[in-house]
Design a protein around this ligand. Structure first.
Ligand SMILES: [Zn+2]
Length: 250
């Protein structure tokens, strides 16, 4: 696996999650990358607070953008799209992504309450629905950054709450992280096939790929990045208006 390649797009998803945080949303965000050309085709941010719609998850926002470009009936483009998302897709989104035939999902931290790519259910590898559309899901990329953005969000929400919890609960933890339980998402064998045997120490010791956080992703303002991202996606739709049929990637 080309880790640096995937990290490049995970950084973009993380910047977008920071943008969401700065604009009063839950910091969960995603980037959809068209793999034949490695171009960003769509993005999504959680929109449940603004829209007051419980299903306005980041993934759905991106799926809508893609369907607006390629039409809703022909879903074949998803075979050539990797989703990079800061938090494991929930059961609903994991199922939608599978129905659409997404190529692969790369994510940061697990979703312990609703996760559909291993934390609660393994929708992506389940044979009972759309068995031909099983997809690989790679967890743990920029996991600590994803967790930290959520912590900022929950501390802020608590401070705004009419009945804030005790001061001790409100304190932002910047240093400790729960162990990364790779085995919830991948067997040891699958992990070795995807990440390589050199990475097995992370699996066996439940370690993050990197102990160090990239604080620039968390601290910096991302308004300009967001504008550039929108422009990139816009550019892609112009190019694809003259598109030929996408090649299938294995
Ligand atoms: Zn979801």
């Amino acid at each position: 696996m080309d880790l640096e390649h995937h990290l490049h797009y995970m950084r973009m998803a993380t910047k977008l999650a920071k943008y969401a945080l700065d604009h009063d949303e839950t910091p969960v965000a995603c980037i959809f990358v068209y793999t034949p050309t490695n171009q960003v085709v769509a993005y999504g941010m959680n929109d449940t607070n603004r829209s007051l719609t419980g299903i306005a998850h980041a993934e759905f926002m991106g799926i809508e953008q893609i369907q607006a470009k390629f039409g809703a009936l022909d879903t074949s483009v998803f075979q050539n799209i990797i989703l990079y998302v800061t938090v494991e897709p929930c059961i609903m989104c994991a199922s939608a992504l599978k129905q659409l035939g997404i190529q692969k999902v790369v994510f940061g931290c697990g979703n312990e309450r609703f996760g559909g790519n291993g934390s609660i259910l393994k929708i992506h590898q389940d044979s009972s629905t759309a068995p031909k559309n099983k997809y690989w899901s790679l967890p743990g990329l920029l996991r600590r950054e994803a967790i930290m953005l959520l912590r900022y969000f929950y501390v802020r929400e608590n401070e705004r709450s009419p009945k804030p919890r005790t001061k001790a609960n409100r304190k932002l933890d910047l240093t400790t992280f729960p162990p990364m339980d790779w085995s919830s998402y991948l067997s040891r064998e699958d992990f070795t096939n995807i990440y390589g045997s050199a990475f097995l120490k992370f699996y066996d010791n439940r370690l993050d790929l990197s102990e160090k956080l990239d604080w620039s992703l968390i601290d910096n303002n991302q308004d300009l990045f967001f504008q550039e991202l929108q422009a990139k996606c816009e550019e892609f739709s112009l190019q694809t208006s003259k598109k030929s049929k996408p090649e299938t990637v294995s």
